[in-house]
Design a protein around this ligand. Sequence first.
Ligand code: GDP
Length: 245
Amino acid sequence: MMVLGDRMSDQNKTTTGAASDAAGGLAGQPSDEDIAMGWTHTARFLTTASELSQLPSTDLPEIAFVGRSNAGKSTAINVLTQQKRLAFASKTPGRTQHINLFELGPKLQANALFADLPGYGYAAVAKGAKLRWQKVMADYLALRRSLTGVVLMVDSRLGFTDLDRQLIEFVSPRIANGAVRLLVLLTKSDKLNRSEANASLATAQEVLGEYTTEEADVAMTLFSALKKSGVGDAAQLIHGWVHAK
Ligand code: GDP
C-alpha cells in the first residue's frame, strides 16, 4: 500500500509550479507532474449512460471516479481536469444517476476514459433507487472489462461509510489480483489539522489493509481541491496506471 505525498508537508504547497520546477531539474523540461497534469487536462465529455449495456465497449483503459454524494467528487474531477464543464455535466438534472464518460489524450487518438459514476448515500433516497444503485455499481465494477483503476473519494473528516466499504467489496476480487488499481482521495483535507490528517491516513490504511495482497496496487493521499494538494500526485498515479497498460 502506498501513501502518496509527504503527509502534511504538501498541505502547505499552494502552487505546484515552483515545486515541480525545482524537482524537474533542467529549466524548461516538463516534470512528470507537468506531463501527467497536461494529460488530465485533455479530458472532454464523451457520452452518458443510464445502464451498463449502454456504455460503449472499448479497449481504452478506463478510470472510474466513485464516492458518496458530497464527498467532493465533482470538485476533484474539476481540479484534475481543469474543466468546470465536465463535472457540471454530471450534475445536470437527469444525469446524476448516470455514468458519464470523458475521453483523454490526443483529439483523434484518445488513450483513456474517465467514468464519473453516480454519487451514493443520500439519506432521502428511496429503497428502490438504492437497490438500483447497488446493481449499477456492482455490475459496473465487477464486469466492465476495460476498468483499469478506481478513484474513491472519501471525506477525510467522515472516513469510510458502510456504502464505501460495500463499493470496495464489489471490486475487491479484481483489486486482489491486480487487474484493477485503487486510489483513495481523502478529500477536503484543508479542513484538518496535522494530527487529524494523520489520523485520517491511519484509519484509511487500516481499512485498505484488508484488501492488500501481493498483487494489489492500492494507494491513498490527502487531497484538497481548495489548496491544490494531492492533485499532482493523484494525476501522476493515474497517468502511470494508464500508460503502464
Ligand atoms: P460531490 O457530490 O461528491 O460531487 O461533491 P462536490 O464536489 O459537489 O463537493 C461537495 C461540497 O464540498 C461542496 O460544497 C464543495 O465546495 C466542498 N468541497 C469539495 N472539495 C473541497 C475541498 O478540497 N476543500 C473544501 N474545504 N471543500 C471542498
